[in-house]
Design a protein around this ligand. Structure first.
Ligand SMILES: Cc1cc2nc3c(=O)[nH]c(=O)nc-3n(C[C@H](O)[C@H](O)[C@H](O)COP(=O)(O)OP(=O)(O)OC[C@H]3O[C@@H](n4cnc5c(N)ncnc54)[C@H](O)[C@@H]3O)c2cc1C
Length: 441
């Protein structure tokens, strides 16, 4: 039986970041317990290289942040293996590639369409200036309330229905709505768009960092190398299923590993069920809603366009976004390219990966990304059970109840799934850094 001062559950980005910070404490014996094998390590930050083409199997991971200090810490981990790239994202609408974010890319549309979109947003801006206390009650109200009916109907509702796969009225607005902060594009950009003049949207997202080689896995691998060099034990292939507390207040995990303290990055509902196998904890665990995501990789026998990610609101197309991996990591053979398309799957739904893959290929041909299916060299798909946490209307209450139980057991839960927040690598990093400076022991 292994004995440790501290055990970290889950060896993805959050687990290793936390370990990295704790390893500065001397004489502190820590281990990470990870369900996947050493070979499949990385959590969502996994990549596979097939015939010289790199695929991020947990979705495309572009590194950017509003917080310059956090992004520089992330980039620092990559050492020389990083490049700064311009983002060339588009929304495919009306058979045109409209620069992303859509509200800034409207200048590409025909003048009559520009008027429809901009009129809708301006009407809402005027409404807001008269009704400063207005607050959306749900995600749907946020969309229509801020962007107007036309933008909502043509782009935001079909796109969000595709990614979330549930009524948008059944989702909360507080994760996108910050009181006092309106998501409107600035007026000058709007006027430029209306006049057909190009402009750039959110500045912090117009550039991103990405590893020069190895895909996003190399970010994880750099951190892995750093923590293992400093002596971290990673126990792979161990699925946390049971946590008990003995008479001396020590934690016993899966009846084999003991520790004085436990910090978790595994999905909150799984953690709850490991601690308490009661009717009540099953009910609470069930209240956490999420989508899985299938990442379909497609290798193609033609070159790469000057594009990064393309967002697809069209409900007839199965994927909500595709990303040219070969624009992130240029292919050694420029006559070949590869992309990944993302298809979400609601919690508990049966996944037919082969059917999804053939539909993705068919739809790529339908929207003209490939001229016909013969252009496809090979495909491979990866299913990630946990892709997107869903902000249900009662998500704050559900999270709080779960955290209360965990506090009673003295367990802290962090990371995307441990906090149950739609967080990128930067927000996960920031939250861990903040808890550490707040003196978490
Ligand atoms: C489609 C998609 C696109 C994204 N794009 C970006 C992007 O462009 N930029 C960006 O910065 N971020 C992006 N992210 C977010 C980023 O992937 C996450 O913020 C980050 O990887 C979260 O790390 P984590 O350690 O919290 O979770 P995870 O990576 O999920 O790690 C959790 C770990 O716990 C393990 N585990 C789970 N259950 C158990 C158990 N019972 N016992 C033991 N181990 C267990 C898992 O195997 C895993 O290794 C994206 C995410 C997705 C899904």
């Amino acid at each position: 039986m292994g004995e440790y001062d501290e055990i970290i559950l889950g060896g993805g980005w959050a687990g290793l970041l936390y370990a990295d910070m704790k390893l500065y404490e001397h004489n502190h014996k820590i281990a990470v317990i990870e369900k996947d094998s050493d070979y499949n390590k990385g959590g969502l930050l996994r990549s596979e290289i097939i015939d010289g083409l790199t695929f991020d199997t947990g979705g495309p991971h572009l590194l950017f942040s509003r917080d310059a200090s956090i992004i520089s810490k992330i980039v620092e981990l990559l050492g020389d293996n990083v490049s700064k790239r311009e983002r060339n994202n588009y929304v495919l609408y009306d058979n045109k590639f409209i620069p992303y974010p859509f509200e800034n890319g409207i200048y590409k549309l025909d003048p009559e369409l520009r008027v429809n979109f901009i009129k809708g947003i301006l009407e809402r801006m005027m409404f807001m200036s008269r009704n400063r206390e207005w607050k959306p009650n749900n995600f749907m109200e946020w969309i229509t309330g801020f962007f107007g009916d036309y933008m909502a109907r043509e782009y935001l509702i079909p796109y969000n229905k595709k990614i979330w796969k549930r009524p948008l009225e059944s989702m909360a607005a507080d994760w996108v709505f910050t009181p006092g902060r309106l998501p409107f594009p600035d007026l000058e950009n709007m006027i430029k768009s209306a006049a057909g003049i190009p402009n750039v949207g959110y500045k912090e997202q117009s550039y991103f960092y990405y590893p020069k080689k190895g895909g996003i896995q190399s970010l994880y691998d750099s951190l892995y190398e750093k923590v293992t060099k400093r002596g971290l034990n990673l126990l792979f292939g161990k699925d946390v299923r049971n946590i008990e507390v003995d008479g001396r207040g020590r934690y016993i995990i899966n009846n084999e590993i003991t520790a004085n303290s436990v910090i978790s990055t595994i999905p909150l509902p799984e953690l709850l069920l490991s601690i308490e196998d009661s009717e009540e904890s099953h009910q609470l665990a069930n209240k956490f809603d999420y989508n899985g995501v299938i990442i379909v990789g497609v290798a193609i026998s033609s070159g790469t366009p000057n594009q990064t990610s393309i967002y697809i609101p069209d409900p007839k197309v199965i994927f909500h976004r595709y990303t040219w991996m070969s624009s992130l990591l240029p292919s050694i053979d420029p006559s070949k390219s590869n992309l990944i398309a993302e298809v979400t799957v609601p919690k508990g739904e049966i996944v037919d990966v082969n059917k999804v893959t053939s539909t993705v290929v068919r739809d790529l041909a339908n929207i003209g990304v490939i001229s016909d299916e013969k252009e496809v060299i090979f495909t491979k798909a990866w299913f990630n059970k946990y892709g997107y946490p869903v902000y249900t209307l009662n998500h704050n209450e559900v999270r709080e109840r779960a955290m209360k139980i965990l506090t009673a057991y003295g367990i802290k839960s962090i990371g995307r799934w441990g906090s149950w927040h739609y967080w990128n690598t930067d927000m996960v990093y920031k939250a861990i850094l903040n808890m550490n400076t707040a003196g978490v022991k």
